[in-house]
Design a protein around this ligand. Structure first.
Ligand SMILES: *Cc1c(COP(=O)(O)O)cnc(C)c1O
Length: 387
């Protein structure tokens, strides 16, 4: 009856609809499904973080509108944590803004800077919001394929000159969802130099820097000299502290970019509930204490899955970070067909790689958001399949 806005009409069809339908049908039949589809921690938020929320929720001052940019105490806690963790100095007042989850910040970054006709450089496969945010604001997406041969890093030198001329913004995400790939400081340096040379805003989505294994600690893009002139980094407490439902994150870096994002936010939202910010301060202050056990859990799970897959004859590297395993599908199968087969014949829910972008064809994504014994059961079922 009512015409949807063009930007909504133009949204791509929901790629997972078929998987969702099959998943519900299998559940209805009583199949013991193992869900390796969702990228959402199954482990609860650490108790002390919850306790800080319950202590602060009764204060009447916390029942009023928060500032949309975030409490000064929260922004200072972010700055202090960046100093300890990355050796990066941030001014809490001008270089940090709170977000209602980094998804919000990613989407609003396009509101802040993308005009119709602007080009945004977006990796593919990728978290979908970089593309959608661009298109919602009339921008054009130029995709940068992430391929296994190149370590799932984009080739910045491959971008045609006419595209570069119109390019406003570049998105990067390391450690990477969905590929589990990491970028070293050398690549981040190259990206900063590229952005500076061409006058492009560099947006780095750093949601997974804290989930590193075997002692690996991912860098912040702000460690690169000169990054603060062109780069804004999106970070989040969601994946780091099992707080996806709390909705708290931050954008940090170039003061001009942070200010414009804050300006957008002051017009569309009213910030993060203050007790959530109070709890986040405690989380950041004691980050390493909370993260030790969290990293251990994911590392055990990663080993269970990767070892099992190796035994089943798959060749893939163990991811150094993130809770994703990016599995090449056996020869002759498409991502979609292999995903369907795992569901039909083994009761395992996974995500076809092409759902994150065409170059993801030939891979499926498995998440480590289930207990280790369930993951072991999943790879045992997989080994039973004749592939
Ligand atoms: C989960 C995820 C986000 C969103 O995190 P929130 O802070 O919960 O909104 C952003 N980027 C990537 C790559 C993610 O995987």
């Amino acid at each position: 009856m009512f015409n949807k806005a063009k930007r909504i009409q133009e949204l791509p069809p929901y790629l997972f609809a078929e998987i969702d339908r099959k998943k519900r049908a299998a559940q209805a039949k009583g199949v013991d499904l193992i869900d390796l589809g969702i990228g959402d921690p199954d482990i609860p938020t650490p108790g002390r973080i919850i306790q800080r929320l319950t202590e602060t929720v009764t204060k009447p001052a916390n029942h009023r509108y928060p500032s949309s940019a975030g409490m000064m105490e929260f922004r200072q806690a972010v700055a202090d944590w960046y100093g300890r963790r990355f050796g990066v100095t941030l001014d809490a007042a001008t270089e940090v803004v709170s977000l209602i989850g980094s998804k919000e910040g990613v989407a609003n970054m396009a509101v802040a800077y993308v005009d119709p006709g602007d080009v945004v450089l977006v990796p593919t496969p990728a978290y979908p919001v970089y593309e959608i945010g661009t298109k919602f604001n009339g921008g054009e997406v130029f995709f940068l394929p992430l391929r296994r041969e190149s370590g799932f890093l984009p080739d910045l030198s491959s971008i045609p000159a006419d595209v570069l001329k119109r390019a406003k913004m570049l998105w990067l995400n390391y450690p990477n969802n969905p590929t589990g790939a990491v970028a070293d400081e050398g690549f981040l340096k190259e990206a900063v130099e590229f952005a500076r040379r061409h006058g492009i805003i560099l947006c780095h989505d750093a949601a997974y820097t804290e989930l590193g294994f075997d002692g690996y600690r991912a860098p912040s893009i702000l460690q690169v000299e000169g990054a603060k002139e062109v780069a804004i980094e999106f970070h989040s407490l969601s994946k780091t502290f099992n707080m996806t439902g709390w909705r708290i994150a931050m954008a940090v870096g170039c003061p001009e970019l942070v200010a414009t994002l804050a300006q957008v936010k002051s017009n569309v939202d009213s910030g993060v509930f203050q007790p959530v910010q109070e709890a986040a301060i405690l989380a950041l202050e004691h980050a390493e204490e909370f993260l030790g056990p969290i990293r251990e859990v994911y590392q055990e799970r990663r080993d269970a899955v990767v070892d099992g897959l190796h035994r089943a004859g798959f060749e893939l590297p163990a991811p150094k970070a993130t809770f994703y395993v990016w599995l090449p599908v056996p020869g002759g199968w498409t991502s979609t067909d292999f995903t369907a087969r795992l569901l039909d014949e083994a009761g395992i829910v996974t995500t076809p790689g092409n759902g994150f972008g065409e170059p993801g064809e030939g891979f499926i994504r498995m998440t480590l958001c289930s207990p280790a014994d369930r993951l072991r059961e999943a790879v045992e079922r997989l080994q039973q399949l004749s592939l």
